[in-house]
Design a protein around this ligand. Structure first.
Ligand code: URA
Length: 245
């Protein structure tokens, strides 16, 4: 968990996106269309590394984006994602104090009683890409519950249903029931306490909830509750990759 690892290689598409030239898919189109030059020559490889090289889009020099900080944290039980000291213990307290002024933002909060994969970033474009409803990044939750799930629970999750007073039904989700008290659910959205509310609607009570995957990125196995690690460029790629439902 060394802060030295913050210095890392950056791909051309990530560089352009961070420099405000569009989302990953938009900048990849620019690259494919031959509108991007690397050291004066057209570069059509989105994965090309850019350190120390001149990047131009349509003849315009691209200024290097400020270094961003991306972190994965294993959120422990009982810790709040709020910034309000009255809600302590807080996620903020698990991170180096020196980071407090950097504007780290959480990508999809977890409630106090939920554990697992929490991503934090100072990069507004990445935050937007990971949370914007149109991206539909898949989140995987391991669920323990009390009560009997109805036989058609998986079909109902796949179809979507109303929760609380919200008019819009839930988006299609994949539910795998593994035992009478254990299931996995894959969601493409992140509404307030969504898993707990969906399970309650299905007639059971969630007793433990753990998020262990976002996109194609798994919570690292060597991370213990309360520990964090810096995310590498390839981790960001995985987070953004579509893992189908
Ligand atoms: N669903 C919940 O109910 N809680 C979380 O923290 C995340 C998803």
């Amino acid at each position: 968990m060394s802060e030295q690892r913050a210095v890392k290689k950056m791909r051309l598409d990530a560089f352009l996106s961070r420099a405000g030239r569009g989302t990953r898919s938009e900048v990849r189109q620019l690259i494919r269309r031959g509108r991007v030059l690397l050291d004066g020559a057209v570069c059509r490889r989105a994965g090309e590394h850019v350190e120390g090289r001149a990047v131009q889009v349509d003849g315009d020099q691209v200024v290097a984006p400020a270094d961003s900080l991306h972190v994965v944290l294993f959120k422990p039980l009982g810790v709040s994602c709020s910034h309000d000291p009255r809600e302590a213990p807080l996620v903020d307290g698990l991170l180096p104090a020196a980071w407090r002024r950097l504007g780290l933002q959480m990508v999809g909060r977890l409630d106090r009683a939920t554990t697992g994969l929490l991503v934090l970033t100072t990069d507004g474009a990445l935050l937007h890409e990971l949370t914007h409803p149109s991206r539909k990044v898949v989140k995987r939750y391991r669920v323990r519950f009390a009560g009997r799930l109805p036989a058609d629970a998986a079909e109902r999750c796949a179809e979507g249903f109303q929760i609380g007073k919200e008019e819009r039904p839930t988006r299609s989700a994949r539910l795998e029931v593994e035992a009478t008290d254990r299931a996995t659910i894959h969601l493409r959205e992140g509404r307030y306490r969504q898993v707990r509310r969906m399970f309650r609607r299905l007639g059971v009570e969630v007793t433990a909830l753990h998020r262990d995957r976002v996109g194609d990125y798994d919570l690292p196995e060597d991370l213990r509750p309360g520990e964090w690690a810096l995310l590498e460029e390839e981790d960001l790629e995985r987070l953004l990759r579509d893992s189908s439902l």
